[in-house]
Design a protein around this ligand. Structure first.
Ligand code: SF4
Length: 261
């Protein structure tokens, strides 16, 4: 026999439950719909001979407001980097395809705790198909080593995957064409920290026009992941005086990785 079959058993079960809740220090109960229905007086039985009225049909449910579409910061569905690279293929989605040597997709640990993203490949990257080659890449390697990480332990990529040539960076339409792939890379790797190198990269990922000096110094939310912006290595090669600021950013990243590691 279950407690609901006998008022006596039900009462004892309720007393036991209340005593247990008192042991837990629970003194009040939220007024849930279930509790309200339980406490409501029972409907009176109809007098003999009267046919009970059928319950009134519930009014049609009111249409609720449409859920907002996922914002630009919503993470895309995760997939493997291999699937993503295969989909990118011999990409011709923007004009940068015409003069490029090799697409520079990215490399490193696919489960890296730190993902480093620069603006675009350089000439050495374009020749080899690997990100952060040349002098700026060597500086990045030393920057990572300063916080105890090798290139193999991080994931390295760029906002656009094709070299835009020696004169200029990627144009807004080229960034817009390529950025979805970077966003999907972020979702695939799901690092504990993203390090965005340079203003263009940080602004593109954060949908912001805020200058780099104002973006630096704190973590931002990027697809639910913490992003820290700092100076790009090629700028640091030209302006040694900025290295102290970059070191502060790296130490903040190291501390964040230490907290989550
Ligand atoms: S920059 Fe990106 S979108 Fe443009 S051609 Fe290269 S891979 Fe495709």
């Amino acid at each position: 026999m279950s407690p609901t079959d006998s008022p006596g058993l039900l009462l004892r079960a309720v007393r036991r439950l209340l005593a247990l809740h008192a042991d837990w220090g629970l003194e009040t109960y939220p007024q849930t719909p279930g509790l309200t229905a339980f406490l409501a007086p029972r409907p009176q039985a109809p007098p003999p001979g009267r046919t009970p009225m059928p319950p009134r049909p519930a009014p049609p449910a009111r249409k609720t407001a449409k859920a907002p579409a996922p914002g630009p910061q919503a993470p895309p569905p995760a997939e493997s980097l291999g699937e993503l690279q295969a989909e990118l293929g011999d990409c011709r989605r923007c004009g940068l395809c015409s003069a490029r040597g090799k697409i520079v997709f990215g490399e490193g640990d696919p489960q890296a705790r730190l993902l480093v993203v620069g603006k675009c490949p350089g000439p050495d990257d374009d020749r080899t198909g690997r990100p952060f080659q040349g002098e700026a890449g060597e500086l990045l390697t030393r920057m990572l080593a300063a916080i105890g990480l090798s290139r193999q332990e991080v994931y390295l990529t760029t906002a656009v995957k094709c070299w835009p040539g020696p004169e200029a960076g990627p144009k807004p339409d080229q960034l817009a064409a390529c950025l979805p792939y970077l966003r999907r890379q972020l979702a695939a790797v799901s690092p504990q920290v993203i390090c965005a190198l340079g203003a263009t990269t940080a602004q593109a990922l954060l949908h912001s026009h805020t200058p780099l000096h104002a973006l630096r110094g704190r973590f931002h939310d990027c697809q639910g992941l913490p992003l820290r912006a700092t100076f790009a290595p090629d700028l640091l090669l030209k302006h040694q005086e900025l290295k102290q600021g970059a070191w502060q950013d790296l130490k903040a990243i190291q501390a964040r990785l230490g907290q989550t590691g």
